[in-house]
Design a protein around this ligand. Structure first.
Ligand SMILES: [Fe+2]
Length: 687
């Protein structure tokens, strides 16, 4: 069984009886059975197991082996993608509660087989863990269970735990939990190559591709974006004229009746490097069309393109957000960060899609095109591999690949993006964020922001504030003034929930980027706290972490909950070391980010880490941290309760690695501007 548990595929022997027993063991171990002969348990699927056998087993006709080469089996099995293997193992594991190995004539109610014993053990362990959770002890014991009872049964345990009581922030602050690194996870992420069919251009001429939907400020309006024509990269590029292709969307509530028409604008952008030997890029024509007058919570069908060519897309659809109000919320909002376009990204997105979100938030670092030179040579670490380049280069086609890969999701589910450091992409003339700002539609104008780098919008009873970590944020900056105005306008009777997102986290305990955004924290934290922002989503640190309610490094029942989800799957390294581990505390002078500028991270002045730059144990503000790829799902239930679930890629899509009800207490924590004691002005220089 131990060998089975460590294997993805378990080859099944010939013969009816042997195979049947072996198949049972294989399923119990979460291993995908592989059959070679139909005169085995294979024929008995229809008796005992679901008919969709290709979802949880592999059949290789024995004649194919006899006539082939010796390594035929290995070739066939290694041709099955990791995502498929993961999905199949998930199916196998889901069969565990349904299978029992016994003689049909035996009196099963008196028979305790291995499965009964295992379940009994699992239930005893569940009870012990529930007891520990109630007593607020560490969850680590549950994770040791993996080695004791094996992965499939541990997943089953998770399933049972899922029905256990979910903790709420009212029971906090929680004792900090660090989940040990799971060696089953794939830490190495490899980019999808340009030969992958999912990133290749499938349209011809000026037919639309890279189609996406994003929200405007309210339920009654959305943006449809797409690209027509081909990008060019090289030394002699000739930008397309955006006026040559129209921007039209036909839409309506019936697939057969797209009776409404909206027109929009088009643009191109260039990524230019005035250095010998570097290649320049000019984009296809990017179209953005805003649809208005939409009904709430309604499915609309649409087709985009230029009808005069004619070059129109296939019909797709999206659903509008509910009307803003204290009882109306989108069911599920997916939150991801630092995606990139690797085989881990594909795993994250496939898990995310199976959770059927109504909206996707991407908290910065979109494509990681800036890990490539303009000639298409990439590296997991740009500065290590290309230290001598005259400017930090990018390979812009990665943006086109990313948008093609994402189209099946984001042409139906609105995506809202905020910028990360990998999206800066400096080019000739000190121009930055050209690709980010051109490719996505942002409700900047609608939310009275003067920049694509910060804006706000409503999704039902939630007001989202998207902030820019890589544009000036000090009190004298436009962004700060806009934020003050935006917060003052929020009516918490209409949008009780206030959620902020930006890329670099303020409350992270990993060594990577530790206290890097401290100047932004110093500038803005008080304002967000005063207005009672409920929670914050960040990326940047390639791991997962959830904070206790905290303000100014102090546990505070009215403080914000900070969640870092920089674990989308990009090709850079995962964040594993913690700043509180011996020898891992960075030198303060090395912590500021070059682009953000400034230095504000001084030693703590109070609390258990007073006088130090790092804690010597997991900080009290950190409630839960784990290094794993994954995504989060936010389900706001009503004006006081929101369920947050974080899903690891190596688990089933619907199993939560971390789960908590974030509970608002408007009576205890006023939502208007709070009167705070005067604090010394710690404002400092930043761009
Ligand atoms: Fe980042």
């Amino acid at each position: 069984m131990e060998v089975f548990q460590m294997s993805n595929f378990c080859l099944q022997p010939r013969g009816d009886t042997y195979t049947r027993r072996s198949t049972f063991d294989s399923i119990l171990a979460g291993c995908i059975p592989v059959f070679f002969d139909t005169r085995t348990a294979y024929d008995q699927y229809i008796w005992h197991l679901p008919k969709n056998y290709s979802k949880y087993s592999v059949f290789i006709p024995k004649n194919a082996i006899l006539n082939g080469t010796e390594d035929q089996i290995e070739k066939i099995l290694s041709g099955i993608s990791r995502d498929q293997v993961l999905a199949m193992r998930g199916e196998v594991i889901s069969l565990i509660p349904k299978v029992i190995y016994a003689n049909p004539s035996s009196r099963l109610e008196t028979l305790e087989d291995a499965f009964d014993f295992a379940i009994k053990g699992v239930l005893e362990r569940v009870e012990a863990i529930r007891k520990d959770i109630k007593e607020n002890k560490t969850l680590e014991m549950g994770f040791h269970a993996v080695t004791v009872i094996g992965l499939p049964l541990f997943l089953l345990l998770n399933l049972v735990l899922a029905h256990a009581e979910i903790p709420t922030t009212l029971e906090g602050p929680f004792k900090p939990v660090t989940v040990p690194l799971d060696n089953n996870f794939r830490g190495l992420a490899t980019d999808l190559p340009d030969t992958d069919p999912r990133v290749q251009r499938k349209v011809t001429g000026f037919e639309p591709e890279q189609i996406s939907v994003s929200l405007s400020t309210n339920h009654d309006s959305v943006w449809i974006s797409w690209i027509t024509g081909e990008f060019q990269i090289g030394n002699n590029i000739e930008p397309l004229n955006p006026e040559t292709v129209r921007s039209v969307v036909y839409y309506g509530k019936l697939k057969s009746g797209l009776t409404h028409k909206a027109k929009g604008d088009s643009l191109i952008y260039n990524q230019l490097y005035p250095f010998e030997g570097l290649q320049n890029y000019t984009s296809g024509i990017i179209h953005h069309v805003r649809l208005t007058g939409l009904k709430p919570n309604t499915v609309y069908y649409y087709q985009c393109g230029d009808p005069s060519i004619p070059a129109m897309s296939n019909v797709s659809y999206f659903k509008t957000m509910p009307v803003s109000g204290p009882r109306n919320y989108p069911k599920r909002i997916a939150v991801v960060g630092d995606l990139g376009l690797t085989y881990n990204t594909t795993s994250t997105i496939s898990h995310l899609m199976r959770n059927h979100p109504n909206l996707v938030l991407l908290v910065g670092d979109v494509t990681y095109a800036n890990l490539y030179l303009t000639n298409g040579t990439g590296s997991d670490c740009y500065s290590c591999s290309f230290p001598q380049t005259p400017i930090h280069e990018t390979y812009q086609p990665r943006w086109d690949y990313w948008a093609r890969f994402m189209q099946p999701l984001v042409s139906k589910v609105p995506i809202m993006v905020i910028e990360g450091n990998h999206d800066i992409e400096q080019q000739a003339g000190n121009l930055t964020f050209a690709s980010y700002s051109s490719r996505f539609a942002f409700p900047s104008e609608e939310s009275e922001s003067s920049s694509t780098l910060y804006y706000s919008f409503n999704a039902g009873g939630i007001h989202f504030i998207m902030l820019g970590g890589y544009i000036a944020y000090n009190k004298s900056a436009d962004q700060y003034k806009w934020l003050e105005r935006d917060l003052a306008k929020v009516d918490r009777k209409v949008t009780p929930w206030l959620v902020a997102t930006w890329h670099p986290p303020w409350y992270s305990s990993y060594k990577a980027h530790y206290r890097e955004a401290e100047c932004m924290k110093v500038a803005m934290e008080e304002l967000l706290y005063k207005y009672g922002v409920d929670m914050v989503f960040n990326g940047h640190v390639h791991a997962y972490e959830r904070s206790n309610r905290v303000y100014n490094y102090t546990l505070d029942p009215c403080g914000l909950v900070y969640i870092t989800v920089g674990d989308g799957g990009n090709r850079e390294k995962m964040a594993i070391p913690h700043a509180d581990e011996p020898g891992n505390c960075p030198d303060p002078s090395t912590t500021p980010d070059g682009y953000m500028g400034g230095f504000c991270a001084y030693n703590f002045t109070s609390g258990p880490a007073a006088g130090k730059f790092c804690w010597d144990r997991q900080p009290d503000y950190s409630a839960y941290r784990e290094t794993s790829f994954g995504h989060g799902i936010l389900e706001v239930k009503n004006e006081t309760h929101a369920l947050w679930s974080w899903h690891r890629n190596q688990g089933m899509y619907n199993m939560a690695g971390d789960q908590i009800y974030i509970v608002r207490q408007p009576d205890r924590c006023p939502v208007g501007p709070k009167i705070l004691k005067e604090v010394p002005n710690m404002d400092c220089f930043a761009r």
